[in-house]
Every structure is written in C-alpha cells, then in structure tokens.
Design a protein around this ligand. Sequence first.
Ligand code: GLN
Length: 255
Amino acid sequence: MKKATKVMALAAAMVMLACTLTACGGSSKGGKLTFGTNAEFPPFEFVTSEGVIDQYDGIDMAIAKSIAEQNDMTAAIENMEFDSLLVALQNGQIDAVIAGMTATDERRETVDFSTPYYTATQVMIVKEDSDIAAAADMADKKICVVQGYTGEVCVNDMGYPYEAFKKGTEAVMELVNGKCDVVVIDSATAQKYVSDNEGLKIVEDASAFESEEYAIAVQKGNTELLEKINKSIEAMLADGTVNELAVKYTEAVAE
Ligand code: GLN
C-alpha cells in the first residue's frame, strides 16, 4: 500500500471505530437530547449550585447525561411542573421525560416507556407521635398528596378525601405545621423529607401500596429513541451504574 492510501485507510478505520464506540448517526435535534423533568423530587432531580446538567442534579439527571453521552449527544433539561411533562412530550417540546415517573397503564395510553430503572413504592410520612400504622388508619385523617403524582391516584382509589399540593415540599410543610396528618409520596423522596425535617417518620404498608417502576417516557411510536434509551439504561443496570447513583445520591441528600 502507498503511504497516502495507508493513511486514508487508517483514518477510515478510526472513523468507523469512533462510530462504533459512540453510536454515530441518528442524533435527535442536532445532537441535543432534551429531557423534561420536574426538579422538585430529590434524590432523583433537584436544583443545586453545580448539578450534573447545568443546575440540575440527582439520580435521574446523571442517568440522562449518561444516556445522551452513550449516544453521542448532549443532554439538556427543561424543568416544568410534573403535570405538564406528558403534554410537553406529546407537543415535541422535549424528547423524553425523566422524572421519577412511574410507568402506569394510564400513562401508557399516551406515551411509551423505557425499560424500568428503579423500583419504588408509596409510603406515608407522619409525625413521630402519629397513631397511623397502616393505610386504613388514614380514613379519618387529613391527607396531603402532590398533584398528579401516583400518590394522589392511590389515595383517590382508596376513596379518601385529600388535599393536593403543587410541590412535595409544600405538602410536607403542611404536615410539619400540623395542618395535615399524613403525606403520601414515593419512598426515596419521603426518606429525604424525613431526614430534612425533625419529628417525622415513615410508615409503610406493602399490602395497600403496590410497588411502582420508574421509567423514561418518549412519544408513542418513537422506537428509534426508545431503543437507544433502552440500550443505555440496560448497560447502566448491568454494570451497576444505576445502583451506584442511587447509593451516592441517597447518601448525598441524607446529610
Ligand atoms: N412516581 C410518582 C409518579 O410517577 C412521582 C414522580 C415525581 O414526582 N417526580 O407520579
């Protein structure tokens, strides 16, 4: 082979290798992968001074960043109300939703979900001296939930009256201030609120609350993006990355 041909062959081989390593091609929105979230849900997403993506940090944010990088894209975050996420996804304002979102049958009617990456359950946060020991004990109590969360769906299905707040912190403040008796919310987030606020405890009731699986949502039928996301998540589950992130951020927020 002549020298020039050799150099070209080498260059071509390197490009091919780079493509294999970074999964070239098929990038969405010019190499940017925009995730919608509601950064009010520690340890999965919260706002901090130096996050993994801009000011956003948490387990989901680290997963989003890695998914984008594994597919040779850059992750961007659009922070919005939890209730607006699926609409924004359907409008094409965002490419995917990563928000500690439980893959429910109801949501599956409008979006497609990735391979699940985290198992959670609803729990009850109560004052330390509360007599609530099971979900049925909420019957005559004042219940707080967060609007649009699966916790609201559960309490609604149980037939109990409740008050819904826009943010988890608002619901927990009602409890701290003695204006409500119990907050129903996802387990890891509950843990964070209990470690942040004196005098609260968690009550579990596995017979009343089914386990839930968090997954990333994409537009219905967007199989190209879904396959990329699934491949990346499966790699992060297999090599222990998701687990490491869960441990890291649970400890970080428990400080
Ligand atoms: N897992 C709950 C849900 O999907 C809460 C998610 C969240 O607040 N980010 O409704």
